[in-house]
Design a protein around this ligand. Structure first.
Ligand code: PLP
Length: 472
């Protein structure tokens, strides 16, 4: 993609995200040249593209303006190829605010301590320290007992694996990173549905990959024909997808979509990296099968992976995650060898002991029930206080609430922070700022007066805000 195409895309995203409104004057060519640090020719060519696409118009003696009725122009499927994905320092600052340990933890998607089986885990650690070889190097792929337990869990969830298909990782983050490294090279293009978990951008940036965001659609989840078109046009090497309760919007893909996607990945030879962190936290009767279980593996199948961890269900700090792969575990192991000789053995044994002695399923059931009922309490408190001014998505699982507001939530956060209220602003979950009027709230807190009051204060602050409130 040339510089002017890139600039045109950036400007289009800015119009799309509401930075410039219909009929509003946009910066002149000279102004954009300064603002985006580009040549005048690049600015002119970018504006020419936007004119051709019907998004802006030139008015003699007055400058360039966003066209009226661009909504229809923009209503069609949208996606953007990003040559570089950079979540700048500003994002790190927001993350620091969002993780502020002194405030109620509405910002991060992490369960409060009382939801975690900590005493049972501690007893697992005590037993682990008595293991004869716990101080030695273990197998690179991980402690056999734990891998077996994870293979059982994955098989129960609808994707039969044996322990030979499992590699233990330092949380799901490392699972995603190793999987990506084993099926891409720097400069390759990958697909990521949007909005998505912010950590993915950091991995993609570090691995020097190009990224195409595919927007989720309210009614259908993902537009299959659009994905087919993108695959044929851009020949992506891989897709990272959370088919079960996407973080942050909670989308669950239905079985038909999962099968259609699996067929596309097979036929177009696109590696599937499934992030199944939230599949276990379904709120319905049955656990949805992972997307990867819809693939029919043969010799010609692309390398495919399922990634997950115990970070949301046992404890985030233990850093126990895994990769499951029927056809590429050897490649993953080879790459993992560049990072470690083996994984921390006592922690693996402690988790194994926990899984051996206690019913993980019973524990999950309790989390599922609590998060489902918290969603109702949270949305009720927010909607009452905001007088219906928030558009709250209704998920079927996970531990977060995603809502659309009428305003820029990064700026709303600067205001609520002063009142001691934090949340994750939408800007974190996309590359082009297209979710900046959304916010994500953690549901994994114990319902209490303080929580109710905070939600109510947040709803009241969000109420009546509109796009122009924070314009400088
Ligand atoms: C979708 C998703 N994937 C991966 C991660 C990272 O998980 P871990 O802490 O196990 O590295 C998170 C954490 O919030 C997440 O939400």
């Amino acid at each position: 993609m040339t510089k002017y195409q890139n600039l045109a895309l950036t400007l289009k995203n800015e119009i799309q995200s509401g930075l410039y409104h219909e009929s509003e004057r946009i910066p002149s060519l000279r102004e954009i040249q300064n603002m985006k640090d580009c040549s005048l020719t690049t600015a002119k060519e970018a504006y020419r593209i936007l004119e051709e696409e019907g998004l802006i118009e030139a008015k003699p003696q007055s400058g360039y303006f966003v066209r009226k009725n661009i909504r229809e122009t923009l209503a069609g499927p949208r996606n953007h190829l990003f040559e570089t994905v950079s979540k700048d320092d500003r994002i790190q600052t927001i993350m620091r605010d969002v993780m502020n340990p002194k405030l109620l933890p509405f910002g991060a998607a992490i369960p409060e301590d009382s939801f975690l089986p900590l005493s049972q885990l501690i007893s697992g650690f005590k037993t682990a320290l008595l293991y004869k070889d716990m101080h030695k190097y273990g197998d690179l792929e991980g402690f056999a007992g734990l891998r077996e337990k994870i293979a059982q869990i994955t098989s129960r969830n609808g994707f039969p694996l044996s322990m030979e298909n499992i590699l233990i990782t330092n949380g799901c983050t490392e699972s995603l990173s190793l999987s990506l490294q084993s099926c891409t090279n720097p400069g390759d293009t990958i697909l990521v549905p949007s909005p998505t978990y912010v950590g993915i951008f950091q991995i993609v940036e570090t691995l020097k990959l190009k990224l195409i965001e595919i927007p989720y659609r309210k009614e259908i989840g993902l537009d299959i024909s659009e994905i087919k078109r993108l695959c044929r046009k851009h020949k992506p090497k891989a897709i990272i997808i959370t088919a079960n309760f996407n973080n942050p919007n909670g989308v669950l893909l239905n079985e038909t979509t999962k099968q259609e996607l699996a067929d596309i990945f097979q036929s177009e030879k696109i590696s599937l990296i499934e992030d199944d962190m939230y599949g276990d936290l379904h709120w319905g009767k049955t656990r949805p099968r992972p997307l990867i279980s819809y693939m029919s593996f043969s010799k010609s199948s692309p390398p495919s992976f399922i990634c997950s961890s115990f970070s949301k269900t046992i404890a985030p700090g233990i850093r126990i995650g895994w990769i499951g792969s029927k056809n590429s575990l050897k490649t993953v192991s080879k790459i993992a060898r560049a990072y470690k000789i083996s994984h921390n053995l006592p922690t693996q044994i402690a988790v194994f002991e926990y899984l051996k002695k206690h019913s993980y399923e019973k524990h999950l059931n309790s989390l599922r029930r609590t998060f489902a009922s918290n969603f109702l309490l949270w949305s009720d408190a927010l909607q009452t206080a905001s007088e219906g001014n928030l558009e709250i998505d209704v998920p079927k699982g996970g531990l977060v609430l995603w809502a659309k507001t009428n305003t820029d939530t990064q700026k709303l956060l600067s205001e609520t922070k002063k009142k001691g209220i934090i949340f994750a602003p939408g800007i974190l979950f996309g590359v082009s700022g297209q979710w900046k009027d959304c916010l994500r709230l953690n549901l994994a807190l114990v319902w209490r007066k303080e929580v109710e009051k905070t939600l109510s204060d947040l709803g009241k602050t969000a109420k009546g805000k509109n796009k122009n409130d924070y314009k400088s």
